[in-house]
Every structure is written in C-alpha cells, then in structure tokens.
Unconditional design. Structure first.
Length: 84
C-alpha cells in the first residue's frame, strides 16, 4: 500500500469516525472503500453516454423512416387523446 496524507474538515472527521465504528471498519479502510467507489463511478457514466448515443442513432433512423413515407401519416393530435 502507498501512504497518502489528506486534510479533511472537522465535521468530516466526526462523520468518518461514527461511520467506521458503526460498520466495524477502520477509518482508513472506509476511506479506501469510498475512494474506490467514487473513482469507479465515472466508468458507469461513460457506458451510459455510449448507450445514449446508440439510442439517439436509433431515434434518427426511425425519423428517417417516417419521412420516407413508409409509415402512415398520423391524423390525430395529442390533445385529442385527452378529450376521450
């Protein structure tokens, strides 16, 4: 392991001590777990952005189909659905 020294606020120290005691962990272990969780969280965000890009491509492709005339024109308005 590599030793790091960090500065935290007094209220953070109190929270850290309380949480570590409640979980039965050392403060150092709790900090390592929190750091690991935080650093890995960004990986999920990248995957989510990739999924969103794929979804946007799908939507654009569907819109092209609608413009190409392969789909019937919609003859109703959204507001009419509320009149029923």
């Amino acid at each position: 392991m590599i030793r790091k020294q960090v500065y935290i606020e007094p209220h953070q120290e109190a929270l850290l001590k309380r949480k570590a005691k409640a979980l039965g962990l050392t403060e150092a272990e709790l900090v390592r777990q929190a750091l690991e969780k935080h650093l890995r969280a960004g990986e999920g965000i990248r995957r989510s952005l990739d999924a969103w890009e794929a979804e946007k491509r799908f939507i654009r492709d569907r819109m092209k189909l609608a413009r190409g005339g392969t789909r019937k024109e919609r003859r109703w308005r959204r507001e009419e659905l509320y009149d029923r």
